[in-house]
Design a protein around this ligand. Sequence first.
Ligand code: NAP
Length: 435
Amino acid sequence: MQRIAVVGAGPSGIFAVNGLLARDDVLVDVIDRSPTPFGLVRYGVAPDHLKIKSVERKFTQTMVDPRVSFHGNVEVGRDVSLAELRASYAAIVLATGAARSRRLGIPGDDLPGHIPAGQFVDWYNSRPGASRPAGIPARRVAVIGAGNVALDSARVLLKAGTGLAHTDVTDEVLAVLDRRPTNELTMVIRRGAADTKFSPAELLDLDKLEGVDILVDPEDLKLIAEEEARAGEDRFAAARVRIFRKWSATPATGAPKVLRFRFREAPVRILGDDRVEALELSGERGVSRLPVDTVVSAIGYNGERIDGAPFDDRRGRIVNDRGRVAPGIYTVGWAKRGPSGVIGSNKSCAAETVALLLEDLPSIPVAVGLRGIAPLLHARGRRVVDWRGWTAIDAAETAVGASKGRLRTKIADHDRLVEIALGRTLAPTLKETES
Ligand code: NAP
């Protein structure tokens, strides 16, 4: 028997666990700094994407395998070092994702009212420790970026409180978004329509927004030769162009809200005295000024450095070869390949890493005992949340949700999550179920 640690209980980590369980001679400890599992599915996927979130059921099947132990509320680098993990496990898989928003790096990007998407996503998804970003709620918003996170941010803002009422967001998030619903949102895209990174299905989903006119200037859709070629050979690029053309040919209905796409314009400056007042753009039509209350930049993410693992700052990921960092240390998911692909992409990514790990395993000296880090954490007095603890949190959140006719209402407070998991607070308080 060999004991392996997987650091990160998000999609890539759990796909790796699933791959490891194909062997009957391994035990797996899954460590996560959050007291809750599922990483990006819980704290990244937009709340209205209930179908995507339902993958949690499959992940649960993996995590409840008797050979798997969950150690939540344990942060590598704070509660235990990578060196200590190396001394306690035959192998370690780093599945730590990419949680840091890329910075715009233009003048004014430090003004209150400019929000890196990660901050916005953390807040609407109630990640413990996240607070409401300055600039939310907002009437007029520019969203910079042409990826799916930009679409999530736009959708959440345009749905305001009411369109999210059936989801797992907290009442505070609903109330704030409802207070000043966004009625004018501009997507600022530095390339042409074919070269955006939106998934066509996600893009088309915007058609379901109620009370929103989607505006695209037909002039913006005149593709340059290279784009034309790409749309000819890439069916996703072709689908995106088709969707934008459809919108450009649809007249505005006078709906209360407007979602506008602007192409081939790059943000050059955020303007304002003590908060965001406008975004300056530069493109083929010259320099223009877009008056807005808030700018959300959804321009990608970077991974976080873990002490003891080599890190490529430029690419924002752990240095690795197909997932192997060094014999005994491996990586999967966004920590391995950078922030790309959808949740399912992590399955083949994890399979590649696990294959290398299992290839190396016979030559890795058997680790010190099979007890993993549980005794060490216990000796340090860490309040470790195990799977049973998570089921207590799950039950509490679903109870609060049920009292409001929803599947779940998240609990945003870290200490409260831990207290519930450790059985110090037995049930949601009356106040929570009544509010
Ligand atoms: P992304 O797909 O890499 O998109 C980032 C966008 O930001 C690109 O359009 C990029 O343009 C633009 N950008 C980068 N730097 C910029 C700058 N300085 N100024 C203006 N624009 C800039 O990243 P993401 O949206 O964060 O998504 C990350 C991953 O998660 C993606 O694989 C995405 O598909 C996935 N995801 C999936 C879903 C879903 O399936 N529902 C939801 C959310 C996220 P260039 O192309 O010109 O660099």
